[in-house]
Design a protein around this ligand. Structure first.
Ligand code: NHR
Ligand code: GAR
Length: 225
């Protein structure tokens, strides 16, 4: 089976970020990780959309950007093969999905086994897939939130690393709820990336491991404020 690979802590952990949109999570990573003192360093930001605002944020922070338009490729396999090739020119130890909106093939996910993270706007395993804020409101749930997980072949189903809970309020709309979820995303994603870069977080055979201890099925849980 896959063994837990110990990182070389003498070198900073190079990270490649994949995104498709606004890049609020990228900005949170830049603000919390990119000052050069921390263990992580964003080497490149890759978008499948040329108009993603996240690309502007990267450029403003002096980070290299690339665009790989999925529409130019014949199918997911061809796109993912090209994406792997591009990512690997930056030799990252960690790849993070930050609002990346393309489902990835099993081959891609296997290639980055144990070093691919995603943030999803729900308390997984609830509300996998898209339009989570609206679905939570329609169900009348009292709580919502966000989750960082290792990416596996099962969409939004990989081992959880950290979750933050957000209370649903009486007059919430998908937009107001999303705003509070985003604020928590911007806290937990840099936290998880820092753990990984420090060599504290790994994917074991039975789930995520932090400081040598299994994290359990929900990951590290941050309650609602
Ligand atoms: N790939 C795998 N294999 N496993 C995961 O857990 C993944 C993944 C790729 C992306 C992010 C995910 C989310 O957090 C993610 C997790 C896009 C879609 C989707 O339906 C679903 C989930 C996620 C991202 N995408 C459509 C598609 O056909 C396109 C939608 C669009 O372009 O707006 O790929 O929610
Ligand atoms: C975030 O809320 C993220 O959790 C979600 O998209 C938003 C991206 O915002 N991801 C997905 O829905 C993945 N399917 P950002 O571009 O401002 O970081």
């Amino acid at each position: 089976m896959h063994e837990v690979v110990k990182p070389d802590l003498r070198r900073p952990c190079d990270v490649v970020v994949l995104l498709s949109g606004a890049g609020g999570n990228l900005q949170a990573m830049i603000d919390s990780l990119q000052d050069g003192s921390g263990p992580g360093r964003i080497r490149a930001v890759i978008s499948n959309r040329a108009d993603a605002y996240g690309l502007e944020r990267a450029k403003s922070a002096g980070i290299e950007t690339r665009v790989l338009d999925h529409k130019v490729y014949e199918g997911r396999e061809a796109f993912d093969t090209a994406l792997i090739e591009l990512i690997d020119t930056f030799t990252p130890k960690l790849v993070v999905l930050a609002g990346f909106m393309r489902i990835l093939t099993p081959g891609f996910v296997r290639h980055y086994h144990g070093r691919l993270l995603n943030i999803h706007p729900s308390l997984l395993p609830l509300y996998k897939g898209l339009h989570t804020h609206q679905r939570v409101l329609e169900s009348g749930d009292a709580e919502h939130g966000c989750s960082v997980h290792f990416v596996t072949e099962e969409l939004d189903g990989g081992p959880l690393v950290v979750q933050a809970v957000v209370s649903v309020e009486l007059h919430d709309t998908p937009a107001t709820l999303a705003q509070r979820v985003h604020a928590r995303e911007h806290l937990i994603y840099p936290l998880a990336i820092r753990w990984f870069a420090e060599g504290r977080l790994a994917l074991g055979e039975h789930g995520a491991i932090l400081d040598g201890q299994p994290l359990g099925p929900s990951g590290h849980l941050i309650p609602a404020i």
